[in-house]
Design a protein around this ligand. Structure first.
Ligand code: NDP
Length: 330
């Protein structure tokens, strides 16, 4: 292991004003854990954007190295399950929030948080998927557990150009679902169609206060937007359908009525990736290896350098990033 090494560090002064800078640090600056991972690739998720811009209280310990995801190589381990050379993936568990994160050459982590990187998914592809894509897979699996099948009718995906949205569209289309994509960027119609969406709607159709029940337009939904959008998605879901909710890009509120639940038997399925149990994570990553078309994954992701993380995080929160961003640490 080479010290010192570069890391992004978020700190705050006595007036709680946040600073973000790239610094040289050592292993002693990392929080405790039984595995040291060399970070081969990382990514920027919505939560990383919130942490770096300070737009929401994601960071709960200072100083903090942000970065909630990595694909890496174990370089040191006292954990029974891992030894040097193992290829691993880390998503969530409070890393980059309460535990020093992945925007550094090395991350010291708890081995119980790691899963083995499946054969067939490279480190860069794993981070092109990242927490956003793995959450999209968890949403699809939640709909499947509810019994939703391609024969039931279309699935609406909100925040379609975002990380969760793009990967959700690609997975659903590979599984044979008809996909309705809701976006504020209808100029990206060709891109969303190439991922597998068959209908594009303007997010303005869903983002304003709507009626308790609307026309039944889709059999199911994957929503990363929350607020009025989620309320309207529920109100327009066909009898007996289900909506997987994972995000709050429009807002954390849910100004809905009980009507979709009590008159149409709609199910609202909450999806969390951060504390998801290991078995579910492993299943999701295995499924990503088979149910996500790699050519589509490459089309929806772009690779940037470590030095681009901070400005790109701001762009992501400003809704300027299409799909997924990967940081190649090699
Ligand atoms: P991105 O920033 O990549 O995508 C969010 C998308 O939401 C944007 O691209 C945009 O899509 C849409 N959007 C942004 N602002 C608004 C708005 N004001 N009104 C309506 N739509 C809007 O983020 P991710 O895809 O990575 O994450 C999406 C959400 O999911 C976030 O809230 C994130 O916190 C959450 N999330 C939750 C997880 C969990 O464990 N539950 C895990 C991962 C993410 P378009 O331009 O197409 O309209």
């Amino acid at each position: 292991m080479q010290e010192p090494f570069r890391a992004i560090v978020i700190d705050r002064d006595e007036n709680k004003v946040q600073s973000v800078e790239t610094r040289e640090i050592g292993l002693d600056d990392l929080m405790e854990g039984d595995v040291v991972v060399e970070v081969n690739a990382t990514t920027i998720n919505y939560k990383d954007g919130l942490a770096i811009t300070g737009k929401a209280p994601v960071i709960r310990r200072w100083p903090m190295i942000p970065g909630i995801d990595c694909a890496g190589t174990v370089v040191q381990s006292s954990h029974d399950g891992f030894s040097a050379g193992d290829q691993v993936i880390l998503n969530g568990w409070g890393v980059g929030e309460t535990h020093t994160g992945t925007y550094a050459r090395y991350a010291r982590l708890n081995g119980d948080w790691l899963i083995r990187r499946p054969d067939g998914i490279s480190a860069l592809d794993a981070m092109a998927i990242g927490t956003a894509g793995y959450t999209a897979m968890l949403c699809v699996m939640a709909l499947e557990r509810h019994g939703v099948t391609p024969g039931d009718g279309p699935v609406v995906v909100t925040g379609a150009n975002g990380g969760v949205g793009t990967v959700a569209i690609a997975i659903l289309s590979k599984l044979g679902f008809e996909v309705v994509a809701s976006t504020g960027r209808t100029s990206e119609t060709d891109f969303l169609t190439s991922l597998g969406a068959s209908e594009i709607i303007d997010r303005a159709e869903l983002s304003e206060p709507g009626r308790p029940l609307g026309k039944e337009r889709w059999a199911a939904g994957i929503d990363s937007v929350g607020s009025h959008t989620l309320s309207n998605v529920l109100a327009m879901t066909r009898y007996g359908g289900a909506v997987a909710a994972c995000g709050l890009a429009q807002g954390m509120d849910l100004p809905a009525t009980v009507m979709p639940f009590i008159l149409r038997g709609i199910a609202l399925l909450g999806v969390d990736s951060v504390m998801a149990p290991r078995a579910l994570r492993e299943e999701a990553w295995q499924r990503l290896g088979t149910d996500l078309d790699l050519s589509k994954l490459h089309a929806l992701s772009k690779t940037i350098a470590f030095d681009d993380i901070i400005p790109t995080a701001t762009d992501l929160i400003d809704g300027k990033i299409r799909g997924r961003v990967v940081i190649d640490m090699e």
